[in-house]
Design a protein around this ligand. Sequence first.
Ligand SMILES: Cc1cc2nc3c(=O)[nH]c(=O)nc-3n(C[C@H](O)[C@H](O)[C@H](O)COP(=O)(O)OP(=O)(O)OC[C@H]3O[C@@H](n4cnc5c(N)ncnc54)[C@H](O)[C@@H]3O)c2cc1C
Length: 501
Amino acid sequence: MSAKTYFEPQSAIPVYDECDVLVVGGGSAGHSAAIAAARAGCKNIILMERYGYFGGDVTGGYVIVVPNLSWYNKSFIRGLQEEWFTRLAKIPGAMRAPSLKDIGCTDPALLHMYGQLTDAVSRATFEGCKPKQLVRSVAFEPNFLKIEMDKMLLEHSDSIRILCHSWGTKPIMEGDVCRGVIFESKEGRKAVLAKVVIDATGDGDIYTRSGAPYQTLSDGATRSNTTALVWRAGGIDWNAFYEWQQQYPEAARAFRTGLMERGGYRISPIASNSNEICWMNNWHANRDCAKIEAQTYTELKTRDTIYAALDYMREAVPAFRNAYLYDIAPQLGTRCSKRLTGEYVMTANDFAFASQFEDVIAWSSTICQINDCGPVEIPYRAILPQKVDNLLAPGRHLSADAVAIDWVNLIPQCVQTGQAAGVAAAVAVADGTTAHTVNIKKVQDILVEQDVPLPRNELFHAKDPSYEELVEEKHCGLYTAMAKKAREEADGETLKKFRQW
Ligand SMILES: Cc1cc2nc3c(=O)[nH]c(=O)nc-3n(C[C@H](O)[C@H](O)[C@H](O)COP(=O)(O)OP(=O)(O)OC[C@H]3O[C@@H](n4cnc5c(N)ncnc54)[C@H](O)[C@@H]3O)c2cc1C
């Protein structure tokens, strides 16, 4: 990079609009925040998105599996996340998943049937895990979700104004209080003023310029520290591939290694909503998805290796003999770049010790196997920046250390924290409080009204006490040998061993 600097002349920036709640970024977190704020009664919301559609990674990045929504026979992640699937279920072929009534089931025929879908059967990989059972994990068609996400917003057009192709670049700060955002567009540079700003850009584009503390990337060993450009292969027979893997595990292992060798990076076929299509997930190691060099490399390197990967798939696996390039995701796969250092930083200890928080906003079954994928509590403070007020940061850039980030920045947690941020912003505006002084009890009660299960909340308890009973009966999932070991040796270094991705 050149060492030269250009000084931009001062210029007056036109205020394009003013609102109560401004959401920057319309991915799973930002989309959920806008909808939840509207349903919590806020009538003056702006949702700003740099592209022309909503969903971010899930629609544009073709990340088309939402895993671990349930634990035993309870669906912990409901609210807006489950609403996606209620809508998609009405569209023929738009999704594949165990139904809510079957979760927790141990019937071998059903386990075999859903075993081919990612994480639809509990892994039971480690000593002491619960027996294999069905888990609510959903594979879906991203283009249908794109349309449904539009519809959800349009249903709230009395409350939400949408700015597409508008790229938020900088917070407008008055001391340590965020008062709006400057953005770039085809109409030039403009500003939106707001009472509360929700940074849902995934890369902390707003909070990193606000003076709030944050961390850059995770370390080299994490899932978060990888980029991707997902593509899809058509003309395959996923059922046949699944049976082939069961029958020839050695050959299946060799195939996955061979695929990695052809690409020069980790690449793996994953089941989709259709038997004829799979998505090709990939992991370019040690890449920061917010760095120009890494973004450019990932785009070009992936496309450059697609033909080689396809040739190898056709040659190595009978079920892929007729595979062809179905399509390439419209946008880069971004796992993590910046992490907020918020008022609370989540760590592996929250999983190993089942931390309880007064300000809990999500009770999230996860991919973490320390507690057998059991529900962990996410506090409001994990999306609340230190130092800066009237700014919230839900989604994949929330406040977690380099280990916990891999477990709390998946789609469900982005939706959950987004939904909570939207409600909190609406409550703060309605009550004339701030993001820091918001009445958290009120936020929790509205979340419960929006179908979000929360522990120790009397409204939720009155609705359904069986969740708390299950968690108590199953000791928060802390019966695994891994949890025992983690609790005995609870220091950062040891817990790093428990990563799985
Ligand atoms: C390849 C890959 C595979 C994954 N696999 C899984 C999986 O199997 N299951 C799972 O649950 N999770 C998975 N994840 C993680 C998950 O997809 C993401 O963490 C999650 O979708 C992020 O949601 P988000 O809303 O926080 O961020 P994003 O989806 O990144 O959304 C951010 C939104 O903000 C917009 N934006 C960004 N910057 C600006 C700006 N400055 N101004 C305006 N708009 C802006 C973007 O265009 C986007 O719409 C995977 C991720 C990747 C990349």
